[in-house]
Design a protein around this ligand. Structure first.
Ligand code: UTP
Length: 289
């Protein structure tokens, strides 16, 4: 099974990043010189994805604009000798076939994924959360696709988190299969210490089969009146094979301030133009503390 399509749910309200996200979508906040969503689309493209659907809402049209052409800007850049930047600006719009659908009411991640039903049709597809940025040489999504293809199942990206952190995530019950790949037996959302299955948390990347849509459409709203993707996954793994991939790489939750700042510093340190300068600046600051 070849996975060609990806869905990026990006219709959340971003309340943890207010007031910045009142009018700027959190997916459009810059990590050094690119918006968050561009890193996610680059990961999808590097993993072999051709068509991408972004689930947006009425406050997020800056994303559609960003992936469009901007002829006046490009002409000005070319006229003033900034050809390299003109190509960068044009390249952003040509990265992939990008489609959009609106989630008209904010009813949770499961509800957002359901908006993709017509786009997905009858083939397995990837989901990348719009605020989870992953960094590794081998794209994290590709690691999931390889497992899903090899063992013919859906797949979720997991990593171990602390006792304290697991109650903010979905915890996974799983059995070793091969290397970093496990069979998923069950999941639960935001468990207490007594309820958790393990400290393996689901982190922002999924390969799903279209069976998930029927399940989600019948899933009642859970916590905060939202339809939880985890509730749907817990059902899917009972009837279809689901794999957990303990992926290699670092995950940044850019939807909260600390994760956003960690990503900003790490990525800036790796950027040739500003990395060496930032290193000196941080050293100087640290010495004066
Ligand atoms: P989050 O819970 O991280 O995003 O949802 P949020 O709702 O924007 O966060 P806060 O708590 O208000 O800051 C995980 C992913 O699901 C998407 C979000 O955009 C994010 O990528 N999402 C969430 C939707 O697309 N629709 C929803 O109704 C809820």
């Amino acid at each position: 099974m070849k996975i060609r399509k990806a869905v990026i749910p990006a219709a959340g309200l971003g309340t943890r990043m207010l007031p910045a996200t009142k009018t700027v979508p959190k997916e459009m906040l810059p990590l050094v010189d690119k918006p968050v969503i561009q890193y996610i689309i680059e990961e999808a493209v590097a993993s072999g994805i051709e068509d991408i659907l972004i689930v947006t809402n009425r406050a997020k049209s800056a994303m559609d604009d960003y992936f469009d052409y901007y002829p006046e800007l490009e002409h000005t850049l070319l006229r003033t000798g900034k050809d390299d930047m003109a190509h960068v600006v044009r390249g952003v719009a040509d990265m992939a076939n990008i489609f959009y659908v609106r989630q008209k009411e904010t009813h949770g991640l499961g509800h957002a994924v359901c908006r993709a039903r017509r786009f997905v049709g009858d083939e397995p597809f990837a989901v990348l959360l719009g605020d989870d940025v992953m960094m590794y040489e081998k794209p994290v999504l590709r690691q999931l696709i390889d497992a899903a293809e090899k063992f013919s199942g859906s797949a979720i990206g997991v990593q171990q988190v602390s006792d304290q952190a697991i109650s903010s995530y979905s915890s996974v019950k799983m059995r070793p299969l091969e290397g970093r790949v496990y069979d998923v037996l069950d999941l639960n959302e935001k468990p207490t210490q007594e309820e958790k299955f393990s400290n393996y948390a689901v982190l922002g990347r999924y390969i799903l089969t279209p069976d998930i849509f029927d399940i989600l459409e019948k899933t009642p709203a859970g916590r905060n009146g939202e339809i939880q993707l985890t509730d749907g996954l817990a059902q899917l793994c009972k009837t279809n094979r689901m794999l957990a991939v303990d992926f290699e790489g670092r995950r940044y939750d850019t939807g909260n301030l600390k994760g956003f700042l960690e990503a900003t510093v790490d990525f800036a340190l790796q950027t040739p133009d500003v990395g060496p300068w930032l290193r000196d600046f941080i050293k100087e600051k640290a010495e004066s503390l």
